[in-house]
Design a protein around this ligand. Structure first.
Ligand SMILES: [Zn+2]
Length: 266
């Protein structure tokens, strides 16, 4: 069971891709590599000064993008952040769209997910019977704040969305994609079990999904240069949103994410 090992002032973490490791975006203070019972996280954690707030940045796929989605050491990642004292995680992911009105370039503040992964380490509780609630898997307080800030910045943002998480690393067949779009808005490979492990660790978790393209149901051939351009533009939007929203996160959370274990024990 992960505990707060540290009384540090690092309460907020961002898990994301390498696009965010931009020296113009934050001032790096130091890097820490934390050994956990599950090995090392996917990269050393960067502690940064972020408009006066200390924030931990973790590159989900590793510094050299060496961890494909199904190999990301998710338990080590969440454990390491918890051990730093982190209470809020903002998880950023690139997704495909399953719906016409979720357009490339849009940001989605997911409110639900479907876990369609197959062979990941889903829990910290292998020896104890713990059932945390994931009826509402994302922090309501962070969702409200980030939606409001995104609107202020005139970002094309969806207040809600269901994220369908597949195992990967392969993409979906057309038949799979048609099935998924009956139940979800966007599709990706990285959200699960990251969000659930955060809940088990009593950490508030927010997902910001950046739509890069339409999934194969749309029959639109993926144009790589367009995709890369969209990803670059999305990274700029996300950076802007983080810069505006993170300093507004209140010290004391009013949600119940940080008490998720109180009724979870069998
Ligand atoms: Zn919360």
């Amino acid at each position: 069971m992960p505990k707060n090992f540290s009384k540090s002032s690092i309460k907020i973490a961002v898990i994301g891709g390498s696009g965010l490791e931009d020296p113009k975006f934050f001032k790096k203070i130091k890097e820490v590599n934390i050994k956990t019972p599950f090995g090392y996280p996917s990269a050393p954690i960067i502690i940064a000064d972020f408009n006066g707030t200390h924030v931990a940045f973790l590159s989900r796929h590793g510094k050299k993008h060496q961890f494909p989605p199904h190999k990301v050491p998710q338990r080590a990642n969440i454990w390491a952040l918890k051990s730093l004292g982190v209470e809020r995680i903002i998880g950023i992911s690139a997704v495909g769209s399953l719906q016409k009105d979720f357009k490339p370039g849009d940001i989605v503040i997911s409110d639900q997910f479907v876990d369609f992964t197959k062979k990941r380490d889903y829990t910290f509780y292998e020896e104890e019977t713990i059932h945390v609630s994931l009826a509402d898997p994302f922090c309501p307080e962070l969702r409200t704040l980030f939606y409001r800030e995104a609107k202020k910045l005139k970002i094309s943002v969806h207040q809600n969305g269901t994220y369908w998480c597949i195992e990967g690393p392969r993409f979906s067949t057309r038949a799979e994609s048609k099935l998924f779009r009956n139940f979800a808005d966007v599709i990706g490979m990285t959200l699960c079990p990251e969000a659930a492990l955060a809940r088990e660790s009593e950490i508030c978790y927010l997902n910001l999904s950046m739509v890069t393209d339409y999934d194969v149901w749309a029959k639109h051939p993926v144009n790589l240069s367009e995709l890369l351009k969209t990803m670059e533009e999305n990274a700029e939007k996300i950076k802007n949103l983080l810069l505006n929203a993170i300093p507004k996160i209140k010290e004391q959370a009013k949600c119940s994410c940080q008490e998720s274990l109180s009724n979870a024990k069998f």
